[in-house]
Write a protein that binds this ligand. Structure first.
Ligand code: 5GP
Length: 202
């Protein structure tokens, strides 16, 4: 069985990447999602184990000490980390797994898994990103200011990614994201079995 593929997905807060991901997984439930362990408080509408495992700082630090994280970062004073085991299990089982991380996390995963494909979700404009962040109404003015600055820093590093998808329209962005994911299936590396089969006939 060929190894599964890892898709690193980033995009600033307010890029709409969560909505794009939701649509992607609704249409393609066979894809796996890496559930991050994080220490920030749960927001309204979030559920334990859906996108995140909400754990205490002590639990997070214990995971760090036990080398159970593929990467981690501190964001807005909270820890965010990618548990290592589910990613390794997905690769071994030949499954496609999407890992959603910030730009620093993406850099760390690229170092550990150089074959991973990285995708950046762009807002159509900075004005639209601000409108979405303010409209969400879940953060204080100060938190919004910090997220806007972080968004700018992240967009400056968008060219480190293999693909950029502009989220003007959720359905189009989700379809483009799936096109990128599905195209991995056709790489020469993944098609080694058919190459060998055809050659074996000669
Ligand atoms: P939020 O608090 O808005 O859910 O996420 C804040 C940021 O943390 C986003 O940029 C998101 O992509 C990033 N993030 C989510 N999970 C992880 C993770 O496991 N590791 C890292 N490095 N960043 C993460």
């Amino acid at each position: 069985m060929s190894r599964g593929s890892v898709f690193i997905l980033s995009g600033p807060s307010g890029s709409g990447k969560d909505t794009v991901l939701k649509e992607l997984f609704r249409q393609h439930p066979d894809l796996l999602f890496s559930i991050s362990s994080i220490t920030r408080a749960m927001r309204e509408g979030e559920r334990e184990g859906e996108k995140y495992h909400f754990i205490s700082r002590e639990e997070f630090e214990a995971m760090l000490k036990a080398d159970e994280l593929l990467e981690y970062n501190i964001y807005g004073g909270n820890y965010y980390g990618t548990p290592r085991k589910p990613v390794e299990a997905a690769i071994m089982a030949g499954k496609n797994m999407v890992i959603e991380v910030d730009v620093n996390g993406a850099e760390k995963i690229r170092c550990k898994l150089p074959e991973a494909v990285s995708i950046f979700i762009m807002p159509p404009s900075f004005a639209e990103l601000k409108r979405r962040l303010v409209g969400r109404g879940t953060e204080s003015d100060e938190q919004i200011k910090i997220r806007m600055q972080t968004a700018l820093d992240e967009i400056r590093r968008a060219d480190e990614y293999d693909y950029i998808i502009v989220n003007q329209d959720v359905n189009t962005a989700a379809a483009e994201l799936f096109t990128v994911i599905d195209s991995r299936r056709l790489t020469a590396e993944k098609q080694q079995t058919i190459i060998n089969e055809v050659l074996a006939e000669c």
